[in-house]
Write a protein that binds this ligand. Structure first.
Ligand code: PMP
Ligand code: GLU
Length: 400
């Protein structure tokens, strides 16, 4: 018997966080590392958001707030859902937490009974299945390979639903692939969901604003309004607003679900920082012109990375329309040997040897449920990306 709860043995530490930490540790130990591990914009938080936080402190907004945030923040979120998604929510339909991840965590804790099934299209963001498992739920994976643009078809969704299905977790633009579901894709999935009223949708829209090539973002409760009463629309400040460290995420959903989630949070973190909340109000209500400026840079980086990776021996990389990740296949490197005699047997070997040989940190595909791939975050300086891709090319070229 150990002191640690049994349920922890069923999950692992977040692999994306682990890779980012490993890169930091190696850097601190003096190694020349380029970290393409964590998905975090390299841009600073815009100035007007920082000013709002300073003002909040000066104005004494340093006390507890309501569990679901201040009225100002709730109204700013309601305004955001209306403006960007044409979704109407009222204050009692809004949840606010310390990031999108805690929103998902709270929602799962509030709803999952042991044995409940949650459909998770794979590849998936690393935290979805482990959060489900932590509460005794059963993730039901649906394989969405590169040939399908990493997207789930209506027939696959239909095939995965059982009487025990509680949630479909949906993420577009996707982490780790950058793939985006079109409005037509969503409508087709919506037709399936309409036939199964026990299935709720947890849609993770955190990369909403990060789309390229004119892709038009939509969210499922908007395009299939019949599903709004059983959809939790999750979003947050981390990515588009460059506010990862501020820890603000939010969701809109039906009143009774929000009430349950609020109950969970009232017994845990209470609420996210009052200062971060004031910053989020300024971000949501303020100018958004920095977003297209950032996106133009992200798009250039995406094109650079895709082109350079496709020139690497054994790698094949699609061009995604959103987020700031690419998810190249390393199938062409499997079975090859490094100059030190290590065989690349799987994608974990690939990223381990790449880090060892060239100091480039990336996350192996197995962590996201689809191999043999690896994930690169291109939310880092263009010069560094170019250097990293040259290192990857050199590494692939050294395999025999
Ligand atoms: N969902 C996805 C798909 C993500 O990539 C992230 C990034 N970590 C999150 C949710 C959560 O981000 P945060 O908790 O910083 O809002
Ligand atoms: N979402 C980012 C990633 O996938 C940040 C790390 C995390 O929260 O998992 O790398």
């Amino acid at each position: 018997m150990t002191f640690i709860a049994d349920r922890l043995s069923a999950i692992k530490p977040s692999p994306t966080i682990a890779v980012a930490q490993k890169a930091r540790d190696l850097q601190a130990a003096g190694r020349n590392i380029i970290s393409l591990g964590a998905g975090e914009p390299d841009f600073d938080t815009p100035k007007h958001i920082i000013e709002a936080a300073k003002k909040a402190m000066d104005d004494g907004l340093t006390r507890y707030t309501a569990v679901n945030g201040t009225a100002e923040l709730q109204d700013a979120i309601i305004g955001k859902f209306k403006r960007d998604n044409d979704l109407t929510y009222t204050r009692n339909e809004i949840h606010v937490s310390c990031g999108g991840k805690p929103v998902l965590f709270n929602a799962m804790m509030a709803t999952i009974n042991p044995g409940d099934e949650v459909i998770v299209p794979a590849p998936y963001w690393v935290s979805y299945p482990d959060i489900v498992v932590l509460f005794g739920g059963v993730p039901v994976f649906v394989d969405c390979p590169k040939d399908a643009d990493f997207k789930m078809t209506p027939a696959q969704l239909e095939g995965a639903i059982t009487p025990k299905t509680k949630w479909l977790v949906f993420n577009s633009p996707s982490n780790p692939t950058g793939s985006c579901y079109t409005e037509a894709d969503m409508k087709a999935l919506g037709e399936v969901l309409k036939r199964h009223p026990q299935v709720w949708v947890m849609t993770d829209d955190i990369y909403e604003h990060l789309t390229y090539d004119g892709f038009k973002f939509t969210t499922i409760a908007q395009v299939v309004p019949e599903l709004k009463a059983r959809t939790l629309t999750v979003n947050g400040m981390s990515k588009a607003y460059c506010m990862t460290g501020w820890r603000v995420g939010f969701a809109g959903g039906p009143d009774n679900l929000i009430k349950a989630i609020t109950k969970v949070q009232s017994q845990s973190i209470t609420h996210t920082s009052s200062i971060s909340q004031a910053a989020a109000v300024a971000a949501l209500n303020g100018p958004h012109d920095f977003i297209p400026t950032h996106n133009a840079i992200f798009k250039e980086r995406r094109d650079l990375v895709v082109s350079m990776l496709n020139q690497a021996n054994g790698i094949s990389c699609a061009t995604p329309e959103g987020a700031f990740y690419v998810y190249p296949s390393i199938a062409g490197t499997l079975g090859r040997k490094t100059p030190t005699g290590k065989v690349i047997g799987n994608d974990e070997d690939f990223v381990t040897e790449l880090l060892e040989a060239e100091g480039v940190a990336a996350v192996h595909g197995e962590a996201f449920g689809l191999s043999p791939h690896f994930r690169i975050s291109y939310a880092t300086g263009t010069d560094l990306l170019e250097d990293a891709c040259q290192r990857i090319q050199r590494f692939c070229g050294s395999l025999s």
